[in-house]
Design a protein around this ligand. Structure first.
Ligand code: ZN
Length: 161
């Protein structure tokens, strides 16, 4: 496994719609492992393939280290309801944090690293993290959804709660 360099805004690839994965091969397994390792090393809760320079619909999410990575390949939202507003950051935007409103609960259909389809329901922060990563696969960045940017001081107050 290897730590991959993280692509920073405003690199063009971050604004491009990613291609679907069609071969579920060793190369994909390696990409997923490397993305996971890179995310953990960077202290992130999610990482999308374009953030490591790969224009493919692949994302990993793990909101609590050691809880088990969720691997999402070619994901689509089947259902979304409710609303939540919370603070987001992004590994491609160091030191940028802002409040984003998103559906509270989602149901997603995706493929695993072998190509098998599965459905996943998530709510609250996990739903937020998954939606943030899925947006990356469409070239949508969280900054386009921020209602209010927050300072690092304010962020510390959020984290103390
Ligand atoms: Zn991001």
């Amino acid at each position: 496994m290897a730590i991959l360099p993280i692509v920073m805004f405003p690199e063009k690839i971050l604004k491009q719609k990613c291609d679907k994965i069609t071969s579920f091969d060793k190369k994909l397994a390696k990409l997923l492992s490397n993305m996971y390792e890179t995310m953990v090393e960077a202290d992130g809760v999610g990482l999308a393939a374009p953030q490591v320079g790969v224009k493919k619909q692949v994302a990993v999410v793990e909101i609590e280290e050691g809880s088990g990575a969720i691997e999402l390949i070619n994901p689509e939202v089947l259902e979304a309801d409710g609303e939540q507003t919370g603070v987001e950051g992004c590994l491609s935007f160091p030191d940028v944090y802002g409040e984003v409103s998103r559906p509270y609960r989602i149901k997603v259909r995706a493929q695993d690293r072998k190509g098998n389809f599965f459905e996943l329901e998530a709510e609250d922060f996990l739903a937020r993290a998954i939606q943030h990563e899925m947006d990356h696969l469409q070239g949508v960045l969280f900054t386009s959804k921020v209602s209010r940017y927050i300072t690092e001081e304010e962020l510390e107050r959020f984290e103390d709660k």
